[in-house]
Design a protein around this ligand. Structure first.
Ligand code: SER
Length: 344
């Protein structure tokens, strides 16, 4: 008998760090974790198995399909927006070909199991591309179907993978002679995250990273040069809400989902407003603004806020952390304690 498992790719990344313990603690799921990097030790006890490997390694994925009955895939592995701009072709391979490999694996599993395999895919505000700052300032809360013209490789990869997921779910091999009308495929569900801020990890290679970096530097008493202007504004969410959102979407009744892609968000802040909150908690914080015009350009092309009313309507999305709770009850106390312990 093959064991029924949830597969998490990119398991050692920021979302993986929150998702793996959450799923394991639910008690109804065995987690198989995959990452190209070794798994951080504290995550090990939560995993039934950890496989260090590459999502581009089709032999490895083939072995996984034979070994397990995978009922849900959280496909988190990705190369984020800043890093992707240094090697766009490599980013395309990981972000698109890697996703194709997982979609293909999910279809094979679904056909073998005779029922849809859930495929949960985090997309991003990077899927948007607003043409200029004035439009960004005027646009307000952007809906899923507006301004979908990304300017980064990562954004292009994300929006294309949203389409690929929809294709695999509803149109896969639509003309093939052996495709039966009732043939099962995947149950693809996608959310577009805002910038994520975790108290436990710092992101690597993203463009919204100035938010988390500023907080983590200040808590350690390290100076920080912020790479965007004080007025740069993005939507953000703290990690517990990011986990809440992805798990809620994964478990939402299929018939409630009227869209393939859902925005989710919590609050929208400018870099200056983040600094204000950081200074209140860490009055000694040394933060300067040294905008990098090119990274700033990427932030300027992302919406200042996103409209998540479809997620609220269809599957009851609601963040637990508004901006005050996010800083006062989660970020500041957890991060401060973390570095106090580290230096004790
Ligand atoms: N946080 C991501 C990045 O900055 C956006 O989704 O790349």
């Amino acid at each position: 008998m093959r064991k029924k498992v949830v597969l998490i790719t990119g398991a050692n990344g920021e979302v993986g760090h929150g998702l793996i313990p959450h799923l394991a603690e639910r008690g109804d799921t065995l987690v198989v974790a995959l990452d190209i990097h070794p798994l951080d030790e504290p995550l090990e006890p939560y995993c039934h198995e950890f496989i260090q490997g590459d999502i581009l390694d089709t032999m490895l994925l083939g072995r996984l399909v034979l070994q397990y009955e995978i009922h849900t895939i959280y496909h988190l592995a990705t190369i984020l927006s800043t890093r992707a701009e240094y090697n766009p072709e490599a980013a395309h391979r990981v972000n698109v070909e890697g996703t194709m490999n997982l979609l293909r694996l999910a279809v094979e599993q679904a056909q073998w199991q005779g029922r849809p395999v859930r495929f949960v895919f985090p997309s991003s505000i990077a899927a948007y591309g607003l043409p200029d700052l004035e439009t960004k300032q005027r646009a307000g809360k952007v809906r899923e179907d507006q301004f979908c013209k990304p300017t980064t490789m990562y954004g292009c990869n994300k929006i294309y993978c949203e389409h690929l997921g929809r294709y695999y779910a509803f149109f896969y091999k639509q003309l093939a002679a052996d495709r039966r009308p009732d043939s099962v495929s995947i149950d693809f569900r996608c959310l577009r995250y805002p910038g994520l801020i975790s108290a436990d990890t710092v992101p690597a290679g993203g463009t919204s990273d100035y938010g988390p970096e500023m907080i983590h530097h200040a808590a350690q008493g390290l100076p920080y040069a912020c790479f965007v202007r004080p007025d740069a504004r993005l939507p953000f969410m703290v990690m517990p809400d990011a986990i809440k959102a992805i798990v809620a979407l994964a478990h939402a009744p299929r018939e409630r989902l009227s869209q393939v892609v859902y925005n989710v968000t919590s609050f929208s802040l400018s870099a200056e407003e983040i600094l204000g909150r950081v200074q209140r908690a860490f009055p000694e914080a040394e933060v300067t603004f040294e905008p990098d015009t090119r990274r700033q350009g990427i932030v300027d092309s992302w919406p200042a806020d996103i409209d998540d009313s479809a997620a609220r309507r269809d599957w009851g999305w609601e963040p637990d952390y508004d901006v005050d709770r996010a800083f006062d009850e989660y970020l500041i106390p957890t991060i401060a304690a973390r570095y106090r312990t580290a230096t004790a």
